[in-house]
Design a protein around this ligand. Structure first.
Ligand code: GLV
Ligand code: MN
Ligand code: MN
Length: 400
């Protein structure tokens, strides 16, 4: 049943819906610090201003809107990210920010005055779609990634993160981080866990450990018509075998392995490639299984490269350990909301912040169960339920 909050959600949602939307795929191209994401950052500032919430920046690209003293201690932080994967869905990220503004409206309409400051965040480059490292903003803020390393990361056009940011990233901000007493990120559910349940909202228990490994395979570029099959050193074969091996090794372990990105040089139909680069995304429920999976894929890659006469280099681009969210907080929120508790295989800024402060996540049901795709979905009623849940959680945490 639709209600007024669902209508207000739709109204606010429609303001950002066209930004960065690709008309052909229906998906979003909202890469960090490119025009659509910059427009959304402007929208964030405007929404904050409408609510008399001053906005501060941390010098890394993350934005914060404050209800209460921006220098106040023990603040409750909520929010998410605007950036998307290539042709991603509408909800992954922005739902957490739009819901946070509406939760503020709900609290104010109910006459709630928080005892602890409430801070809304828009984290930068959560997906790592532009610069390769996911959760770049939260990793910088917490010191998990040194600013020198972030400054030198380059996008596909060769633009460095420092150039895109307009300055070198500031790096760890312990005094800012120290003012946050809790973080709650609301996010669209990215699998099918809630589809067949009565629950529009769930609470997260854990994030699977996961990471990204780039494998560069070098062979010999040559003519497709004149090079005898026996004479070839074709990196595409090494790449193709590795993709299949990763799939098999993941299945054998109940883990997840994906090669969703590939680059081929020179990328010509009638030339044997000189180089193929693939990116392995690997995830598992526990670190031992993940390590075993990556080791097995590396072994298969090396073995196949010997057979193909190719040379391989494997580079770990990011590694995120198992995140177990604060169990007491998760149980408390699950009881408050009468919501199920579930783990996820998706990465989040909440996973990075969980190492520094009590952190929780709320998931909003996704009827398609699809994410990182234009098919990602959530009904307005479920989004309204998410806003209500977030408002209850923020009231619980900010009012003593
Ligand atoms: C982020 O959404 C990730 O899990 O890759
Ligand atoms: Mn995502
Ligand atoms: Mn996300």
């Amino acid at each position: 049943m639709s209600d007024d909050l669902a209508a207000r959600f739709r109204e606010l949602w429609d303001e950002i819906a066209p930004v960065g939307r690709d008309a052909d795929s229906g998906g979003y191209l909202r890469y960090a610090l490119t025009a659509p994401e910059i427009e959304l950052r402007g929208w964030f500032r405007a929404q904050a201003e409408q609510r008399a919430m001053p906005v501060t920046e941390d010098g890394n690209g993350n934005l914060f809107a404050h209800w209460g003293d921006p220098e106040g201690e023990d603040a409750v932080l909520t929010g998410s990210h605007f950036d998307s994967v290539p042709h991603g869905g509408a909800y992954d990220g922005p739902l957490g920010i739009v819901s946070a503004f509406l939760a503020v409206d709900e609290l104010r309409a109910a006459g709630v005055t928080p005892d602890r400051p409430l801070v809304l965040a828009a984290f930068v480059e959560e997906e790592g779609a532009r610069f390769g490292v996911p959760c770049l903003g939260s990793r910088l803020l917490t010191g998990a990634l040194p600013p020198e390393r972030a400054a030198g990361l380059r996008d596909a056009a060769g633009v460095s993160y420092a150039e895109a940011l307009g300055d070198r990233p500031a790096g760890a901000r312990p005094e800012l981080l120290g003012r946050f007493g809790a973080f709650v990120e609301l996010h669209v559910e990215q699998g099918r866990a809630l589809v067949d349940t009565d629950a529009p909202v769930a609470v997260a228990s854990a994030i699977w450990p996961h990471g990204r490994w780039r494998f560069d395979v070098d062979g010999e570029g040559n003519h497709a018509g004149t090079t005898r099959m026996a004479d070839r050193r074709d990196p595409m074969l090494t790449y193709a075998f590795t993709v299949l091996a990763a799939n098999k090794e993941a299945r054998l372990r109940g883990a997840h392995a994906t090669v969703g990105r590939v680059s081929v040089e020179p990328n010509a139909t009638n030339a044997i490639p000189s180089r193929v680069t693939g990116w392995l995304d690997a995830r598992a429920a526990d670190p031992q299984t993940l390590a075993g999976l990556v080791e097995a894929v590396r072994g298969k890659l090396a073995e196949r490269a010997r057979r193909d006469g190719t040379a391989v280099t494997v580079t770990e681009e990011s590694a995120t350990p198992l995140v177990a969210f604060d169990g007491g907080l998760a149980q408390r929120l699950a009881a408050l909301l009468d919501a199920p508790v579930l783990p996820t295989g998706a990465g989040h800024d909440a996973g990075v912040l969980a190492g520094h402060l009590p952190t929780a996540m709320l998931f909003v049901r996704n009827p398609t169960g699809v994410s990182h795709s234009p098919a990602e979905a959530a009904t307005d009623d479920d989004c309204a339920a998410g806003v209500r849940a977030l408002a209850r959680v923020l009231k619980e945490l900010t009012c003593r």
